[in-house]
Design a protein. Sequence first.
Length: 145
Amino acid sequence: MASTRRIAVSIIGPGLLCLGLNLSAQNETYKTRLSPIAATGKSRVDVSGVGTATAVLAGSKLTVTGSFEGLRTPATAVRLHNGVATGARGPAIHDLTISKAASGTISGSTDLTAQEVDSLRKGKLYIQIYSEKPADGTLWGWLLK
């Protein structure tokens, strides 16, 4: 979303101006649908479930909330990753909090670097839920506007 800027100008006397600025940036909201994706063909039989998540960027702070259900085995972790492009894998950059169950919630807040904010805006950041089996990731979803 675009920033909002307000400028107030007052004339105080001959040739004198009073300039007041009110700058307020709006939060940016990103959403994803968490879908089962097997990292390898071998792990395809162990992948199941669905979920959704919303991420709100306020300045450089990203706050994530979401839910998931239908995993074959309990969730063990959830991480924010930075892919090389939308739909392409990349390294984990931040840990979030997850219910250690087959269904539950995800949450967390983290401060992003300027480069990570840029990646988010370009659709490169994604959420990946890990479970006991397969250990290489179960549900994935790219954060998009």
